[in-house]
Design a binder for this molecule. Structure first.
Ligand SMILES: Cc1cc2nc3c(=O)[nH]c(=O)nc-3n(C[C@H](O)[C@H](O)[C@H](O)COP(=O)(O)O)c2cc1C
Length: 313
């Protein structure tokens, strides 16, 4: 039974990863969780300088999900390299550094520092960050900027380069095509969906930034549709994320066309969810006579050939 997956020059133990911001730097989970049973860890987003993030409250529970506005709080790339990476690289799993920045130049400098580190196996680029130089709008909603970021970063690394796309655009496939054209090895689909919740007694937003990012089971149907749209637009692998809690959820993403999946919010309920899912997917494949998880990928049976989001119109 083959579970591993190769991306560029890196072989992952299996196709199940843990999503950025939901697994810290791998050192916050209890010792009981055997990290080596995961395909890889996407680190919390790293920026050049440490960031405190947004004011509290910055998390609230919603129906089948949660809203967060953490604001990319992190320890900064230098402290990550000195304090976290030595422990992280002891695990037999792949470490993918997720990078956040407020300018194209910062993305490049952070990547260059991390590229020199042996224990960093690849990069996931969080483009859902405010572009400080251009008035604070997210890089990820501007295809010209996503193109530029991918092009600049590709020139600076031979390790796997994954661009993490935001669902908060009309056609995510347009962004995925731009990443593919500039040499990205894969795209991650999706980051959180913009959402809001209100305290009716105080008539105030439930999180300090008014709107935040929705995640968890509530976003799974959105994520599946975005993965479906993306896999029909590009040839590079698509990494599915959004609301995965059970192995059945992960199987849905593989059938739709994801080559790998990431587990996010579910880690807050149980940090070994990814491991349980890895076992469940493997058993499902074996029971159905498949000797490779890859045999599941993009096997959706549909008589409709349209891949565009407006397909219901
Ligand atoms: C509390 C929290 C913090 C997050 N922080 C990051 C982050 O630092 N960088 C990033 O790229 N995505 C971040 N995400 C987004 C997740 O990695 C993931 O894309 C999203 O939550 C959807 O997956 P899920 O529904 O399985 O959680 C965060 C999500 C949550 C809930």
């Amino acid at each position: 039974m083959i579970e591993s997956f190769k991306l560029r020059n890196v072989e992952f133990n299996n196709r199940i990863l843990v999503a950025s911001g939901t697994f810290g730097y791998g050192d916050e989970v209890p010792d009981l969780v055997d990290i080596s049973q995961l395909g890889g860890i996407m680190t919390k987003s790293l920026s050049m300088k440490p960031r405190d993030g947004n004011p509290n409250p910055r998390i609230t529970e919603t129906a089948s999900g949660m809203l967060n506005s953490i604001g990319l709080a992190n320890i900064g790339v230098h402290k990550f390299i000195s304090d976290k990476l030595p422990t992280l690289k002891k695990h037999d799993t792949k470490v993918i550094a997720n990078i956040a920045a407020s300018s194209v130049e910062e993305y490049c400098s952070v990547l260059e520092l991390l590229d020199a580190q042996e224990g960093v196996h690849g990069f996931e680029i969080n483009v859902s960050c405010p572009n400080v130089k251009e008035g604070g709008l997210s890089f990820g909603t501007d295809v010209t900027l996503v193109t530029r970021i991918t092009k600049e970063l590709r020139q600076r690394t031979n390790k796997p380069l994954i661009i993490k796309l935001t669902p908060n655009v009309t056609h995510i496939s347009e962004f995925a095509r731009a990443c593919e054209a500039e040499g990205a090895d894969a795209v991650s689909v999706i980051n959180t969906v913009i959402g809001m919740a209100v305290n009716i007694h105080k008539r105030t937003p439930k999180i300090a930034t008014t709107t935040g990012g929705l995640s968890g089971p509530a976003v799974k149907p959105i994520a599946l549709a975005k993965v479906y749209e993306t896999v029909n637009a590009v040839k590079i692998p698509v990494i599915g994320i959004g609301g995965i809690v059970t192995w059945e959820d992960a199987v849905e993403f593989f059938i739709v066309g994801a080559s790998m999946v990431q587990i996010g919010t579910a880690n807050f309920i149980n940090p070994s969810t990814g491991i349980t899912i890895a076992h469940g997917v493997k058993e499902f494949c074996e029971k159905n006579g498949m000797d490779n998880v890859g045999s599941l990928v993009k096997t959706l049976q549909t008589n409709r050939t349209i891949s565009i989001v407006d397909s219901w119109l």
